[in-house]
Design a protein around this ligand. Structure first.
Ligand code: C2E
Ligand code: MG
Ligand code: MG
Length: 666
């Protein structure tokens, strides 16, 4: 059975209560009116006895026997003259309880044995014994001769003459009840009507108030439930609602054999949008993305925001993995191809989309969520935009995912990320002319993690931005320390491709230099070829701004990338760093020398300094000098070391001329 609503329950219960109250009121008032009618009847009867009977009789007449004939005639006369009033019959009793007058049946008293008929012994006793001061009235129902039910009022009145100590006899006055009954009925009707109308109005008012309150409560409850399941910024379902629907879709899919697709999507470099354009613009972007996503999905699909810049689309019924993949491509082109206009600012936004399908990629909803996440991460890490879950990359991805999480936490600590410094040596003079700052991560569990392991991962996420900010901060404060100590060398910092695309990198750097009171000539940036190739226009623009500030720029790992000469020419470069792979074996590899010579010549052609990386032995140094290379660095002189160990390293290089010291030219 359906449960009754609060309002209906209240309406019914209150209605029943009011009905009971109404009936009770009507019955009570009926009783009251009847009581009043009886009192009224008593007054009438008493008045008749005092004024009528006692006026024509004497106390002595109330002895057994019969009233004198003239008195009877007078009494009959009074009765007759009172026709039309309620008075019907009168009987008189003597003090011993025998009837001495009966207006209704004079012949009853005609014999010698005067009236004993119909004497209500009990009443007589009651009235006479009570001292004769009070009359008694009673409603009597009787059946008339014609069979009609009739009601009459019998009033027993003591006949007490003034001066007598006790009543001389009793009168039974019978009054018709019809008029009284009509008056009582009319009164009861009126009262019932008033009570009913009053209660109805009261009930309506109560009902209205309760209904309004109940509606308000229901509305509030519905609103609360809605808010608990929706994302306040975009109005999209939140993670909880998505999970709910996912569970339901999975249950249906297992029954019907259909597939459930889950698409996870996150905006690339959203953090940069937030950081550089401000949170209001970030929010506005999220709203537009939400709108476009909703426009692309079908009604049956659920587009949800999981938090931050992460969205999900649930495809509750999808034909196949291929169908779901086609959908992800459509999302990518329909939602992200067109630039976003945020307050008149045109933004090109990229996304990473991950897809996992039930039951192909997962057995249950929890797995499906995790796998779509792995797929999204793969898309991001590989920079491929869209990825479908693949078990092959999963293990790798998961360990990288944890690494990313750990790195994020490392950025919150002060001691896990430290800089090591490697000296660069002038091949002609043997003197240290600069340092390269290289990042080291002391992982709390894994120990030292090499930058090659975590930087490529960080580069695919917004973390690189924070990582570089940390590196720049550490290096700048270290330079400031050296500056105070009096011996300072230029320090090269490695930048990632992503860093060059940060629109305000130059401002951040300028602020740092200013804060630490450092000359821009003490800072150098190393950029790999790939960073230039990725977006030559924007990279070139940023490099020009940095260069204009007086900061030197080097191309790192040169020789393994595929920068065109034209591109290199347009960049404001100071240095070319020859990749270690051409240098390390130089002492024992004739062919390698040709390449190094070509790069050195090219550098000099452009007026750039040639720096060799990865010098591990004397033989390489000898070849590099032959090839006219300017500067070199490598384990031969020193591994990258913490700042604290650097003075000892520099001292060793200075005092041991054989260790890469000045060339002994013949
Ligand atoms: P890189 O900029 O080319 O740095 C030179 C790498 O060669 C360093 O590896 C250094 O330790 C290593 N190296 C130096 N001398 C020798 C040698 O004689 N033989 C050999 N085999 N290797 C030598 P490391 O420190 O592991 O850094 C690896 C890469 O990670 C760097 O290559 C750079 O691209 C990146 N990296 C390091 N620190 C940072 C950083 O703070 N920011 C960015 N964006 N990238 C960084
Ligand atoms: Mg470098
Ligand atoms: Mg390098």
């Amino acid at each position: 059975m359906r449960k009754l609503s609060l309002t209906t329950t209240f309406a019914l219960v209150s209605l029943a209560a009011m009905a009971v109250l109404g009936v009770a009121l009507v019955i009570a008032s009926q009783r009251l009116l009847q009581g009043q009618a009886l009192t009224q009847a008593r007054y009438t009867a008493e008045a008749y006895v005092r004024v009528g009977v006692q006026a024509v009789t004497e106390p002595e007449m109330f002895a057994p026997g019969r009233l004198p004939a003239p008195v009877v005639a007078e009494l009959d006369g009074i009765l007759r003259s009172d026709q039309g009033s309620a008075l019907r019959t009168v009987r008189l009793w003597s003090d011993d309880g025998s009837v001495i007058y009966d207006s209704a049946c004079p012949e009853c008293l005609a014999g010698d044995n005067p009236g004993v008929s119909g004497i209500p012994d009990l009443r007589f006793e009651e009235v006479m014994r009570a001292g004769g001061s009070d009359s008694v009235a009673a409603l009597v129902d009787e059946v008339a001769a014609d069979g009609r039910a009739e009601r009459r009022l019998d009033v027993y009145v003591p006949v007490a003459f003034p001066g007598e100590s006790r009543p001389s006899g009793m009168a039974e006055v019978v009054l018709t009840y019809d008029d009284t009954a009509a008056a009582v009925a009319q009164g009861v009707r009126t009262i019932a009507l008033v009570v009913l109308a009053g209660l109805a109005v009261l009930w309506l008012l109560l009902f209205r108030t309760v209904r309004q309150a109940s509606r308000r409560l229901r509305f509030q409850a519905a609103e609360n439930a809605r808010l608990a399941l929706l994302d306040p910024l975009t109005g999209l379902p939140n993670r909880r609602l998505l999970n709910d629907r996912l569970e339901r879709a999975a249950a249906v899919a297992t029954r019907t054999g259909l597939h459930v697709g889950l698409v996870l999507l996150d905006i690339d470099r959203f953090k940069e949008v937030n950081d550089t354009l401000g949170h209001p613009r970030g929010d506005a972007l999220l709203k537009v993305v939400a709108e476009r996503l909703r426009g692309t999905a079908r009604d049956a699909d659920t587009v949800a925001r999981l938090g931050g810049d992460e969205f999900a689309i649930l495809l509750p019924t999808v034909g196949s993995v291929e169908d779901a993949e086609a959908f992800t491509r459509r999302v990518q082109s329909e939602v992200f191809d067109e630039p976003f206009d945020i307050d008149g600012l045109v933004l090109h936004v990229d996304t990473s989309i991950g897809l996992a399908v039930l039951p192909e990629h997962a057995d249950d909803v929890t797995d499906l969520m995790a796998r779509a996440d792995v797929a999204m991460y793969t898309a991001k890490a590989a920079g491929i935009g869209i990825a479908t879950y693949s078990a092959a990359v999963d293990g790798n991805s998961e360990s990288r995912l944890t690494l990313l999480g750990d790195l994020r936490r490392a950025l919150d600590t002060d001691d896990q990320l430290v800089m090591h410094y490697q000296p660069k040596v002038d091949l002609r003079t043997g003197r240290v002319v600069g340092l390269e700052a290289l990042l080291r991560w002391w992982h709390p569990v894994q120990g030292l993690v090499a930058p090659n392991e975590f930087i490529p991962v960080a580069e695919q996420t917004g973390l690189m931005h924070q990582l570089t900010a940390r590196v720049l901060g550490l290096v700048a404060s270290q330079i400031a320390v050296w500056q105070r100590e009096g011996e300072v060398l230029p320090v090269a910092v490695n930048l990632s491709a992503r860093n060059l695309l940060e629109p305000n990198l130059d401002e951040v750097v300028a602020a740092l230099l200013d804060m630490h009171q450092i000359s821009p000539h003490l800072l150098e940036f190393e950029i790999t070829e790939s960073a230039i190739v990725e977006d030559p226009r924007r990279a070139g623009e940023m490099l020009r701004r940095l260069s204009a500030m007086g900061i030197a720029v080097a191309v790192d790992d040169f020789g393994i990338g595929n920068t065109s000469m034209g591109q290199l020419r347009s960049m404001p470069l100071n240095t070319i760093k020859i990749d270690a792979s051409f240098v390390t074996n130089l002492g024992h590899d004739e062919a390698g020398g040709v390449l190094v010579r070509a790069i050195v010549d090219l550098a000099h052609e452009f007026g750039l300094v040639a720096v060799a990386e990865g010098v591990e032995d004397e033989a390489a140094i000898v070849r590099l000098r032959d090839l006219d290379c300017d500067v070199a660095q490598g384990f031969h002189w020193s591994r990258p070391v913490p700042a604290a160990e650097l003075p000892a390293v520099l001292e060793r290089i200075r005092t041991q001329p054989t260790v890469g010291g000045a060339p002994v030219r013949s």
